[in-house]
Design a protein around this ligand. Structure first.
Ligand code: BES
Ligand code: MN
Ligand code: ZN
Length: 501
């Protein structure tokens, strides 16, 4: 899909579709429409006057009138009340535009971006949101479908975003470039996650990370089983020992030239498949557990985008990758293991494996003396139970950091909700025969998991994002098809782009 910027008057070739939008109660169509296509403007005006279009949210008026100048079809979208307009509504409508164009098998589309502006959304923001959403909405995971005939590849070839002010050309072009880099990272992350566990075991994930680092010309170090053992990373060893797939610790380093600005460490859970181990999961929905490496995939995606955006930051990405299987060598419930930081853990439940591998990775991350340490993980079913796919569970030890991340999520539509890490919660996982237990009573599951991680963090500025509910959707949504969402990539990139230490 080709996305370009055009200015009014540059719409020389006739597109299949021209899309404009109007808020509820507006007496006339957006003035910009008159500049782009006076016939379209008149048609839209007539529709409003004849009460065929009122601008209500979700409304769509379409016309194929032969008098249209720049396209064969005009679609006018109702955006609802201007004061209720939001970024998320914009995303949904833009995804709807792409889906409409695909259904109708349209190849070329003009979008009058300025008619979507209002409320909190100004040109600069829309200039990123629109193309970013188009790219996200265009993503399909269909590489394994052999009967392409049943799935005609309805592809929109060319989308032109129409703007009025040529003076803004540079900033609009830049916004488009950034948007496509971010969306590419999201879709890449979704791809890594959607790939089944037989195709994307830890070694493959590591190979993907290595390739991204090669392309982006930044450092990548992979620790294999021998080095992981040498480092005495007891958590990673214990979880991986029930699988034939060797564990891999991915360490990415971007922006060494910007070390002075302070280091940011990102850590992502990379369980390429979670059977639960000996504490085996019920078979229902188990196939979904290939998405248990969503945190790791997000970290790789973020580094990919950070390098392409040339962010002036020093970022370390760490992803402990394992497969949690109940093989003959598997750890048992009751096993007591010693972690990288020396603490002992009784493995009450082998299905609470994420915290075991993250604990080692977080403790390892401290060697980089990060100004901010952020981990992302599909850590607890309890988080999905609490928030469904609507919010990230956000926890940590630094209010300012949490607030920055939360704000970034409001902007990107990856909403976060903070949960408390009160000391009293530690009682639930305090060990009897070991320092800590890896599972408690089951109550407060999302919080106790984070309390466990906290035992391995010495950094004063740490945040933990539980993405168990948000990393996957079970049905098609406006800009997410069934499967991985790539959550975490945009929120952290938004956070990084505004980072000042
Ligand atoms: N990967 C799961 C968490 C999960 C469950 C993510 C469902 C997405 C959907 C994690 O490893 C896990 O199994 N957690 C257990 C912890 C429990 C045994 C203390 C859980 O949440 O049930
Ligand atoms: Mn598990
Ligand atoms: Zn897991």
């Amino acid at each position: 899909m080709d996305i370009t910027i055009k200015f009014y008057g540059e719409t020389k070739s006739k597109a299949d579709l021209l899309v404009a939008a109007s808020f509820q109660g507006e007496k006339t169509p957006p003035a910009a429409l008159r500049t782009v296509d006076s016939a379209a403007f008149e048609l839209a005006k007539a529709a409003i006057q004849k009460k065929r279009f009122s601008g209500k949210e979700g409304e769509q008026f379409s016309s194929y009138d032969g008098s249209l100048k720049v396209a064969n079809e005009l679609v006018l979208l109702g955006l609802g009340k201007k004061n209720g307009w939001s970024r998320e509504k914009l995303r949904k409508r833009i995804a709807g535009v792409l889906s409409y164009a695909k259904c109708q098998d349209l190849k070329t589309v003009y979008i009058l971006v300025e008619s979507f502006l209002g409320g909190p959304i100004r040109t600069d923001e829309a200039a990123e949101i629109v193309p970013e959403t188009l790219d996200r909405a265009d993503y399909r995971f269909d590489k394994y479908l052999s009967k392409k005939d049943d799935n005609p590849k309805r592809e929109v070839k060319q989308i032109a975003l129409l703007y009025s002010k040529k003076s803004q050309k540079n900033s609009l072009e830049k916004a488009l470039r950034c948007a496509r880099i971010v969306a590419d990272a999201v879709n890449f992350t979704r791809h890594l996650i959607n790939e089944p566990a037989n195709v994307m075991p830890p070694r493959q994930l590591a190979a993907q990370a290595r390739e991204i680092a090669r392309q982006g010309k930044f450092r990548c170090q992979i620790l294999g089983p021998a080095e992981i053992k040498k480092h005495k990373m007891g958590g990673i060893i214990a979880v991986s020992q029930g699988s034939h797939e060797p564990p891999q610790l991915i360490i990415l380093e971007y922006g060494t030239a910007h070390k002075k600005a302070g280091t940011i460490c990102l850590v992502g859970k990379g369980v390429t498949f979670d059977t639960g181990g000996i504490s085996i999961k019920p078979s229902r929905d188990m196939e979904k557990m290939k998405y248990d490496m969503s945190g790791a995939a997000a970290v790789i995606g973020i580094l990919k985008a950070a390098s392409r955006l040339k962010l002036p930051l020093h970022i370390i990405g760490i992803a402990p990758c394992v497969e949690n299987m109940p093989g003959g060598g598997a750890q048992r419930p009751g096993d007591i293991i010693k972690m990288y930081n020396g603490k002992s853990v009784e493995v009450i439940n082998t299905d609470a494996e994420g915290r075991l591998i993250l604990a080692d990775a977080l403790a390892y991350a401290e060697r980089f003396k990060p100004k901010a340490l952020i981990d992302m993980a599909t850590l607890t079913g309890a988080c999905a139970v609490t928030f469904a796919d609507k919010a990230i569970g956000l926890m940590g030890n630094d209010h300012a950091l949490i607030e920055r991340i939360r704000k970034a999520g409001e902007t990107t539509g990856e909403r976060c909700w903070e949960l408390p890490l009160w000391d009293e919660y530690f009682e639930i996982i305090k060990g009897h025969h070991s320092d800590i237990m890896n599972a408690g009573s089951g109550y407060g599951g999302t919080i106790t998991a984070a309390m466990f991680l906290k035992e391995f963090v010495t950094s004063k500025s740490w945040a933990h994002l539980d993405i168990a509910g948000t990393a996957w959707v079970d049905s098609n949504k406006p800009y997410n098809t069934r499967g991985a969402t790539g959550v975490g990539v945009r929120i952290i990139l938004e956070f990084l782009r505004h980072w000042k230490s």
